[in-house]
Ligand binder design. Structure first.
Ligand code: MEV
Length: 309
């Protein structure tokens, strides 16, 4: 009866643009989701019969990636759902990790590929960013060409992504959750419609790609001033793409006086923002004053792992 956990994530730079093949940087955080899996008489989730509607990720994972008998799945999560912090990716990764453990041991790359397949089928369009970082932990850098520290190369339809390990220096991030739960699929579809309709939107996506490349260099040098500036610029570009919200903007504005930079993280439309800071207590207070829920998170965490080993 394996118990397997996987981390949530923050996206430092490049969300949305990564769906169009641009680079992105994401990091695992110390909020985890745990899946306990046992063979059962019928498929069950937390004591309820498996429902395609309410347990879509689990249903697709079992349908397309499990060849054994019915499963009894128990999920326990520290990651708020719909918060932009990778709860659905962590769910797919932890469950597929548990299935992999039942077959002899966790195959990190196999789990990353299967989890991306599940995410793509449920969400419609996706990049392998969230599922790869939840699987690998630490940090990942996605690019359209192969570089140092390649973990895996993933193709889907006409798109492809090279997923690399990314060293995560010791940095302090404060997350601000707006409390507004926003599903990823419709936001990704909205950006796609905008890009299909206007050349301008594609230029914004290109600029996010350029900012992310520069951000990867600044992260390597631990240049927090430059990195923070790039995060804030990225946020402004994401706002132009239409994926920010008044609640997100309020929290970004509240955090900026005490931060190197701040931006929405994940799909947007609600969900969460992040601030890079060396004054976390000030940012926590500012986020609380504006009605958000702050979390000071640690990065540099493990990816998918069996618990109790
Ligand atoms: C969501 O966390 C990140 C997006 O870029 C979607 C994706 O990469 O699949 C918005």
């Amino acid at each position: 009866m394996p118990v397997v956990s996987a981390p949530g994530k923050i996206i430092l730079l490049g969300e949305h643009a990564v769906v169009f093949g641009k680079p992105a940087i994401a990091m695992g955080i110390d909020m985890r989701l745990t899946c306990k899996v046992a063979e059962g008489r019928s498929n069950m989730v937390n004591g309820q019969p498996l429902s395609d509607r309410y347990h879509s990720y689990i249903a697709v994972a079992i349908r397309d990636h499990w060849d054994g008998g019915p499963l009894n799945v128990t999920v326990d999560s520290e990651i708020p759902t719909g918060s932009g912090l990778g709860s659905s990716a962590a769910l797919s990764v932890a469950l597929l990790g548990a299935m992999s453990a039942m077959r002899g041991g966790i195959d990190e790359e196999g789990v990353a590929r299967a989890a991306f397949d599940v995410e793509s089928k449920v969400q419609g369009r996706a990049s392998p960013l969230d599922t790869s970082v939840s699987c690998h932990g630490h940090g990942v850098y996605i690019d359209s060409i192969e570089g140092e520290g390649l973990l895996w190369h993933i193709e889907r339809d006409v798109r492809q992504w090279y997923v690399h390990h990314c060293q995560v220096p010791d940095l302090t991030f404060v997350i601000g959750f707006t409390g507004v739960r926003a599903p990823t699929g419709p936001l990704v579809a909205k950006v796609k419609r905008y890009v299909d309709r206007t050349r301008f939107a594609m230029e914004v996506v290109d600029e996010i790609g350029t900012i992310t490349e520069e951000g990867a260099r600044r992260l390597r040098d631990r240049d927090v001033v430059a990195l923070g500036g790039l995060m804030t610029r990225d946020h402004n570009l994401l706002t132009i793409l239409g994926v920010s919200s008044p609640e997100l903007q309020r929290l970004v504005d509240a955090a900026l006086p005490y931060s190197y930079g701040a931006k929405l993280t994940g799909a947007g439309g609600g969900g969460s923002m992040i601030a890079l800071t060396d004054r976390p207590e000030k940012v926590v207070e500012a986020i609380q004053r504006r009605g958000g829920t702050p979390y000071v998170v640690r990065t540099g965490v493990d990816g998918v792992r069996v618990e109790g080993d």
